[in-house]
Ligand binder design. Structure first.
Ligand code: FAD
Length: 624
């Protein structure tokens, strides 16, 4: 991480200096977030990076989550945590899912046996592992990051959203009514005027309800029993993620938990029909323990302590729109109210997607809101949130339906084998790295994809190791992409180009720095650092000991901060491992090089030739 840029300071560099004393009127905000679950906290943390944006986050609960709910953290979410600065903390504390086993009954006599054991995440898929950690701890890391930001953002608990109205106030058109919940007293009403409201308020979302939207989908909802237990067992795979299907007692998912002793058991129960609720089924922790014991038989399970348990219903459902603008009005107005996470899609926990997809929704929305509020992008950018994320939620629901079909309680051996194949085949999907956004104003058509096949347009920027030229530090290239709302340009130099004048890299940097149509030369960022909107970096093909800093273009050694200190962290060289470097790993054309444009949420927006300056400026003019 970089610090001391604006002068020496002591103490923990992760705690941003707070903005000078400012009075914030909590009744008039830029963005009001309803709900402190994973969706709301991802958004709040993203927005807290911008102290010039007034953000408020409220929850009807009286404090942070302590136990339970989701626990699976996909590789892609770990990559996102890296951008927020806490991936290492999660990796240190979490259980790592390295291998998965499958158990099913022996045909004829019914005892369960291990049918297969597979690697959970294929080599090279991500630099981060698939991890398991309590959702409550993930919340804690977000809350800490928000608190340490220059905004010093903290949630307002005991606030329940009860109403939303659109007014003709041109600046703050949404008025939200909150009830302040007070022990034993009538709730006090409070009104908040906002430019934007985001409903991250879970499956029973008030925001969705107030927009007049419904979740559409299956009428029958699956009932799940889940418990975190400390138990003694002779089942040998208790410390491995394990999908277990018994002959007649049902199915069980074992998820070992952080800390080495606790384990989560997911037990699929029956479907709820009509108005039936989970509470109508009288599920108790004893019922769940007995069910788990019978599925595991002949192995024994002696539960010593139940840390948390729940029986909760899941329907595979989705909302028609994730914002307040009906299809017919999309050309004429931009959204003001959004819904994210469980508020707009629900699915089973089998693939461990609940928390991951909710966070991905608001990681997609956060930078867009920040760009529009700060005047870095046109409001039409906000329309891409619903179109991009709704398409992904639909894919997830289709996937979940297939998983549900194959993981039902009474199974033939052949179906159990099919489930196992399906599970393994879709490991990339569940790792969260298969998401591909369609071409739009912020995602190119892939016309020049051949120049860098390993950076697929619309997919996340797949990191690879490089070495930083100035200090010879091995780093991961994608770790330069912080959650700071900036776009990135990665210029991969062609063969022989050492950054000297007359070369393609030099020409591109000259265009970016000085040409009036450069995306860096924008009137609204005139008073900001030259790279406030766009961060430019270059990767050369030479060994770091042979490449010289001396002839590098000015933009790759920019003067920053109040002293004009030089930023030396923009230039990288290859690391060769097993005869492969980043150019091989990501199939970058060595002869011509390539320019890769990356969105603030780490998705590849475009791949261009290094000299395609016209296309480059046209691309940014499309929305900025
Ligand atoms: P949530 O995490 O539901 O957060 C919504 C927040 O909004 C809550 O804090 C709520 O208090 C607040 N809120 C709601 N209404 C209002 C209002 N009107 N005003 C103000 N605040 C409001 N997933 C798994 O993968 N595995 C599991 O075992 C699992 N167990 C779960 C158990 C339970 C009881 C629940 C509810 C969910 C569980 N899930 C599980 C699902 C997973 O937790 C969710 O997919 C994930 O939390 C969704 O995140 P979210 O931010 O969209 O919503």
């Amino acid at each position: 991480m970089q610090y001391h840029q604006n002068g020496f300071r002591t103490g923990d560099p992760r705690i941003e200096p707070a903005l000078a004393e400012r009075h914030i009127d909590k009744g008039v905000v830029d963005v009001l977030i309803v709900g402190c679950g994973p969706a709301g906290l991802t958004l709040a943390t993203q927005l807290s990076a911008f102290p010039d944006i007034i953000t408020r986050i409220v929850d009807r609960k009286s404090g942070p989550l302590q136990v339970g709910q989701a626990d699976g953290i996909a590789c892609r979410s770990m990559e996102m945590f890296e951008a927020f600065g806490f991936a290492e903390k999660v990796a240190r504390e979490a259980y790592w899912v390295n291998e998965t086993t499958f158990w099913r009954p022996v045909e004829g006599h019914g005892d369960i046996v291990r049918a297969d054991r597979i690697q959970d995440v294929e080599d090279g898929l991500s630099e981060f592992p698939h991890t398991i950690l309590s959702q409550a701890r993930v919340h804690d890391f977000y809350l800490e990051t928000m608190r340490n930001s220059a905004s010093r953002l903290v949630p307002d608990y005991d606030r329940k959203l009860v109403d939303l109205t659109i007014t003709d106030d041109p600046h703050h058109p949404v008025t939200a009514t909150l009830e302040q919940l007070r022990d034993g007293e009538e709730p006090a009403k409070e009104q908040v005027k906002a430019r934007y409201v985001v409903g991250c308020d879970g499956a029973h979302s008030a925001v969705r309800h107030l927009l007049g939207y419904d979740l559409q989908g299956e009428a029958a909802r699956q009932l799940w029993g889940v418990m975190d237990v400390l138990a003694v067992t002779d089942f040998p795979d208790i410390r491995l993620k394990c999908a277990l299907q018994s002959a007649s007692a049902g199915s069980l998912l074992i998820i070992p938990r952080e800390g080495g002793f606790m384990v989560r058991l997911y037990i699929e129960l029956d479907e709820l029909v009509g108005d039936e609720r989970a509470s109508d089924r009288n599920v108790s922790e004893q019922v769940l323990i007995e069910k788990a014991q019978s599925i595991l038989r002949p192995y024994t399970l002696s539960v010593k302590e139940v840390a948390w348990w729940s029986a909760y219903e899941i329907g595979q459902r989705i909302c028609d729109s994730f914002d307040d603008v009906p299809e017919a009005e999309k050309q004429t107005r931009s959204p003001r109210i959004f819904i994210a996470g469980d508020a707009c899609h629900t699915h089973s926990p089998k693939a461990g997607q609940g928390m991951n997809v909710s966070m991905a929704d608001t990681f997609n929305l956060g930078w867009k809101l920040a760009s529009v509020v700060r005047g870095h992008a046109q409001p039409k950018l906000l329309q891409t949130y619903s179109s991009e994320r709704q398409a992904k939620a639909r894919e997830l629901i289709d996937f979940d339906k297939d998983m549900a079909r194959l993981f039902s309680t009474r199974q033939e051996t052949s179906v159990a084998a099919e489930f196992q194949r399906y599970f393994a085949k879709h490991a990339r999907y569940t790792a969260g790295v298969e998401t591909r956004y369609d071409p739009s104003i912020i995602t190119g058509s892939g016309q020049y994809q051949d120049l860098a096949q390993g950076f697929q347009t619309g997919m996340r920027f797949h990191s690879a190791p490089v070495i930083r030229l100035a200090d010879a530090k091995p780093v991961h290239l994608a770790h330069t992409i912080k959650a700071d709302g900036r776009w990135r340009l990665f210029a991969f130099a062609g063969e022989g180009d050492a950054g000297e004048p007359g070369g393609a890299i030099s020409g591109l940097m000259e265009f970016l720095l000085n040409n009036p149509v450069s995306p860096l030369r924008r009137p609204e960022t005139e008073n900001e650092d030259v790279e406030a909107f766009l961060d430019v970096r270059a990767v050369f093909q030479q060994h770091h000991r042979t490449l010289s800093l001396t002839y590098m273009p000015e933009l790759l050694l920019p003067e920053t901060g109040r002293y004009g200190l030089i930023d030396y962290e923009k230039i990288f060289c290859p690391v060769v491992k097993n005869d492969h470097d980043i150019f091989d790993l990501r199939s970058i054309n060595r002869r011509s090089g390539a320019l890769v444009i990356v969105r603030p949420d780490q998705y590849v927006a475009h791949v261009l030739p290094l000299d395609a300056t016209h296309e480059l400026s046209e691309f940014f003019l499309g929305f900025a």
